[in-house]
Design a protein around this ligand. Sequence first.
Ligand code: CAA
Length: 256
Amino acid sequence: MTLNYEKEGKVAIFTLNRPEALNAIDPDLLGALSKAFCDFKKDDTLEVGIITGAGQRAFSIGADIKTMLPEMKRAQNNSYVQPPTIMRGLNLWKPLIAAINGAALGGGLELALACDIRIASEKAFMGLPEVNLGIIPGWGGTQRLMRLIPQAKAAEMLLTGKPIDAREAYRIGLINKVVEPDKLMSAALDMAELIMKPAPLAVRAAKQAMVQGLNLSLESGLRLEKSLFEMLATSGDFDEGCRAMLEKRKPEFKCR
Ligand code: CAA
C-alpha cells in the first residue's frame, strides 16, 4: 500500500509509504491520500491528523517525475482530473500536523505547507525545486509559502529552487519545532494532545477562520469570525467550557 492510514484513538496517522522512491507522490498515492483525507473529514471519532513519511530519508520528494508529472501534463487537455486533497480542492478544518522526517521537496513540501503545524527532524531539509524541472509548484507552493514566511525568503526559495535545512526553516518560521530524529513522532503526538485539550468545535472554527480569513479583506474576515463565534456561542461546549472554568475543573467537551 502506498499510504498507511491508521487511527490511534482520536488521532489519524497518514504515512506516505513508498520509501524505495523516497515517498514520491504517484497517482496511486495521491488517490489514496484523497480517500484518507475524506474519511478523516467525516469520521467524528477523529480530531487531529499527523502526516509523515516511511523510512529515514524522506517525508516526500514531491510529485513522482516518472508517473505523476506526465498525468499533470495530461490535465492540460482535461484527460486527467486530480482527486481533491488538502493541497487543492478539499477544505478540512480538523487540524493537521506534518512530521517531517527527511527531505520535503516540491509536492512533498507543498503537502506539509497545507498542514497547520510542521515539526521537523534535525535531518530534514526542504525546498521547492520545481523551477529546475522547467515548471513551478503545482500544489499550492507559490501561494502558501508567500503567505507563511517573509516574502524575501519565499522568493529566494521559489526562484532558486535551493533547499534549506531544518534549522534555517525554523529560523524563518517555516516550521514550528526541530527535534532529534527519534523524537519526531512523540513530538507530533504531544502537539496533537495539546490541540485535543480545548473544545474540538472551537479548534475547527479557529482553523476555518484563520485559513479562510487569509484570503479575505479585514472587513469580510471579521464577518466570518463573527458568524463562527455566533455558531459556537450556541453550543453546549461553550456552556461547559465556561462552567468548568468557574468551577475550577477540567471541562468535558461533547463536540456539540
Ligand atoms: N520523482 C521520481 N523519482 C525521483 C524524484 C522524483 N520527484 N526525485 C528523485 N528521483 C529518483 C532519482 O531519479 C533516482 O532514481 P534512480 O535511483 O533510479 O537513479 C533516485 O530518486 C535517487 O535520486 P538521486 O540519485 O538524485 O539521490 P540523491 O540522494 O543524490 O538526491 C534528492 C535525492 C535530493 C531527492 C534528489 O533526487 C532531488 O533533488 N530530486 C528532485 C526532487 C524534485 O524535483 N521534486 C519536485 C518534483 S515536481 C513536483 O513536486 C511538482 C508539484 O508541485 C506537484
